[in-house]
Design a protein around this ligand. Structure first.
Ligand code: M6R
Length: 608
């Protein structure tokens, strides 16, 4: 969702910006633009649609300079037109800004500026920031200091000023900003993937801070203008992990990276002798664990599905009542908080606005706060007192795959650790720990499945307009996830449903040839699920199922079985989701869709 890049150094800035924006494309956007500083000028180029349109314009209208800013915009205020694309400039043309987020006092600021006689050229809230900075005088850093208190809402802003051609100023409240520290150059970005190929040394801005960035240094200041000392961090991701590495799409690469991602995540939480789970890094005190009576899990989208799976695992292994909420609902529902509660914010990016707000609410209510997150140093990482890092590595495809399966693994490890802390560990723990270590091999086996299995499934689904995904128990969230994968990248309507609930409504949809995808691996309720499949089959449905290859009873009902190896029921979600990821991927490719950047979607949703 919107991407920001800023650069000040010695390289020609246009290729630097275009390259940085290319690396941010995965976040989702509908227009792009850049500003380049000359000796006494700011030149702006903007274009609707994909980045190639901006590249074309940059080719035909060359600009030169070594300082500049760029942006990919996902429209909020105002249509995705060239006029509303960023950078936005003030009336004098002296200031240019790019912005991620939403200003909540947009209407009031707009009215005030119009009353002051300012002529506005766009429908954006971003232009208001440029106009407010233009109304001030003095160095850009000082103007920022005076303008920040006027802004209400969420913003990550990077600004340049015509009279300071060697400076970029960055400030934030909400969406993230990071400064990449280089040799004789510095880069600002909304996301480390845009600067990893230039440097791995980074400085994160905290809320309310601003950074004055020049080629030879970075001054970090707080909202009162006082200098802030912060240690430069070194990232452990390397640039190669954000390349496609020979795969046609990031999504496919990330599906195939799952065995390694799972292996690394399991290893991160196993004791040295691999006999137990080690969560020392989580930093729960004995007193906190002693008070713990309840767990709340909050998340959005795919991460919410991993919470639904985790509820089964946490309740089964720890005996602690566990609730799961959409973060966007939790933050407004007045939940019952307290110091007997562990709230876990699950988020791949660590930047999802609703998840962060729900986590902040829980901290204010005295809850113990943990996050399961894939990005070290992200906002949820810094907000939580206890953190579990999933070792998926950068996930670029908008459709989440390896982040999901590693979240599941991390949450199993967390459940085992809490179980041990409650003195409940027994033979089951040893079995699960052994099976966790075998999981990467099980996923590898799924990935080796003959592609012919997917051909038939792809043909059936790519001709459908509607589908139903069914599962029961711990596999019901996998039905939801399978349906989400299909709809977000193939644009085919797919609904996930608990199979037992199906005849209370959705069965009315089933007619001849209606595709039903069942998650039918061996759990205690598989027979019940088979009964439900007979019901849809009796009404003409074409059934596709994920099941163990020797599950003859499933094969009798289903037109096609996507085979998975047998694993412990609590770990089945990790294995069962993989064929559904591949199925969705193949259908989207078959239909010719942009798999990595589906329409209207953003990788990280940094606004409410
Ligand atoms: O970064 P997060 O895990 O907080 O993102 C939450 C959702 O936006 C995300 O899981 C989304 O549903 C997936 N990209 C869909 O595949």
């Amino acid at each position: 969702m919107c991407g920001i890049i800023g650069y000040v150094g010695t390289d020609e800035v246009v290729p630097v910006i275009l390259d940085g924006l290319g690396r941010l494309e995965y976040r989702g956007y509908d227009s792009a633009g850049m500003a380049v500083l000359g000796a006494d000028s700011i030149r702006i180029l903007r274009a609707e649609g994909k980045l190639r349109n901006l590249e074309q314009r940059a080719y035909h209208e060359p600009m030169h300079g070594t300082t500049g800013i760029g942006h990919t915009r996902w429209a909020t205020h105002g249509a995705p037109t060239e006029a509303n694309a960023h950078p936005q400039v003030d009336a004098s043309g002296d200031i240019a800004v790019v912005h991620n987020g939403i200003l909540e006092n947009y209407a009031g600021l707009r009215r005030e500026l119009l009353q002051d006689g300012v002529e506005l050229a766009s429908d954006t809230d971003t232009e208001l920031i440029a106009q407010l900075l233009g109304r001030e005088s003095g160095p850009l850093g000082e103007r920022v200091l005076r303008v920040m208190p006027l802004l209400v809402g969420q913003y990550a802003v990077v600004a340049v000023c015509r009279s300071e051609p060697d400076t970029v100023v960055a400030f934030r409240q909400g969406p993230p900003l990071v400064v990449g520290i280089g040799e004789g150059e510095n880069t600002v970005a909304s996301d480390v993937t845009a600067l990893l190929h230039r440097t791995r040394k980074v400085l994160y801005l905290e809320n309310g801070e601003f950074a004055v960035v020049r080629a030879d240094g970075v001054e970090l200041r707080d909202a009162a203008g006082a200098p802030v000392e912060r240690e430069v961090e070194t990232l452990d991701w390397d640039a190669g992990r954000v390349e496609k590495g020979g795969y046609r799409h990031f999504m496919l690469k990330e599906i195939f990276e799952q065995p390694d991602a799972i292996r690394n995540t399991v290893r991160a939480y196993l004791d040295a002798d691999r006999s137990g789970v080690n969560l020392d890094g989580l930093g729960f005190s004995t007193e906190q664990l002693g008070k713990l009576r309840r767990i709340h899990l909050v998340a959005c989208g795919t991460s919410w599905h991993s919470c639904l799976v985790a509820k089964f695992i946490l309740e089964r292994l720890t005996g602690l009542p566990t609730e799961v909420d959409y973060a966007s609902e939790y933050r407004y529902r007045d939940p019952l908080l307290g110091d007997d509660l562990l709230l876990i914010g699950v988020t791949q990016s660590g930047e999802t606005a609703d998840t962060l707000a729900a986590m902040e609410l829980a901290v204010r209510g005295g809850a113990l706060l943990a996050t399961v997150c894939n990005v070290r140093g992200s906002s949820s990482w810094r907000l939580a007192t206890s953190r579990m890092l999933t070792q998926a590595g950068p996930e670029i495809g908008v459709a989440s795959t390896k982040a999901f399966t590693t979240q599941l693994v991390a949450l199993v490890a967390l459940a085992l650790a809490l179980r041990a802390s409650r003195g409940l560990a027994d033979e089951l723990d040893r079995k699960l720990i052994t099976d966790l270590q075998r999981l990467p091999m099980a996923v590898e086996e799924v990935l080796r499945t003959d592609r012919a299995f997917y051909r038939l499934g792809t043909d059936i689904l790519s001709e459908a307009t509607d589908t139903l995904y069914l599962g029961r128990g711990i596999l019901y969230p996998i039905a939801l996830e399978g349906a989400l994968k299909l709809k977000e990248i193939s644009y085919i309507h797919a609904e996930g449903y608990p199979a037992g609930e199906m005849k209370h409504g959705p069965i009315a949809l089933v007619t001849d040839g209606f595709p039903v995808v069942a998650v039918a691996t061996a759990t205690a309720t598989r027979d019940k699920l088979l009964g439900n499949l007979m019901e849809v089959k009796a009404r003409g449905a074409t059934v596709l199922a994920v099941a163990e290859s020797d599950a003859d009873d499933v094969a009798e009902v289903a037109e096609l079985v996507l085979p998975v190896p047998a694993v412990h029921p609590l770990l089945q979600p990790v294995v069962a989701v993989v064929p559904l990821q591949l199925l969705a991927y193949n259908v989207a490719v078959e239909l010719g869709h942009d798999v990595d950047q589906p329409r209207n979607l953003a990788k990280s949703v940094t606004v409410e």
